[in-house]
Design a protein around this ligand. Sequence first.
Ligand code: ZN
Ligand code: FE
Length: 254
Amino acid sequence: MLSILPIPAFRDNYIWLAHDGQDAFVVDPGDAAPVQAHLAELGLRLSAILITHHHPDHVGGISTLLAKWACPVYGPASEDIPGRSHALREGDTLELSAPAARMRILELPGHTLGHIAYVGEGHAFVGDTLFAGGCGRLFEGTPAQMLDSLDKLSELPAATRVYCAHEYTLANLRFALAVEGDNPALAARLQHATRLREQGLPTVPSTIGEEITTNPFLRSRVQSVAAAASRHAQGNLSTPEAVFAEVRRWKDGF
Ligand code: ZN
Ligand code: FE
């Protein structure tokens, strides 16, 4: 059984640490120091590093960690990942023995072109593709690519826990309310997330089910979201791609 905990890093990053009491893997260690501190405190060995995409706040700690732990580094095949030992593509399976874990690789272009997620056993490590209440900015991909990527994630079982890489939830939900002010699940979610943040607690992981009901970026086919996006665009947006693109643009300037 894996224990999974967030290691806060920088301003609002989370580095996910998964362990069985002895061995651990981390996802997207942008900074080595807080990872080393957690490993030492919990008495864990680092046995693998998993990377979702090439941005510095996700890969910056790899070389320092490798100097101490000679462990494999898994990462997307089509991006430049420092120290990568295993290049992963859509449909690949990653099997770790310690801690025991089996994950499937999804390619999720949008935030970056090579971005991948690690999915298995009820968990999804999604990097900067899907956030609690939001999605990553389109630095490299197109809206159509990102919509496809988010569609892939929304097909996962509703109970799948979503481990994203940033604490952006409050800002995301405030924007979501501007899009869908009459979604009762959304108001409740913002209230709950606000309480968590007031106590200094993370709002993540969320679940795919929660995201489907409250995250506007997974709701481009919902009439109220399409209507709000059309009002914002001052025109009739007739495809999910156009709705998604408008909501993403709207959020960029929100
Ligand atoms: Zn990123
Ligand atoms: Fe990031």
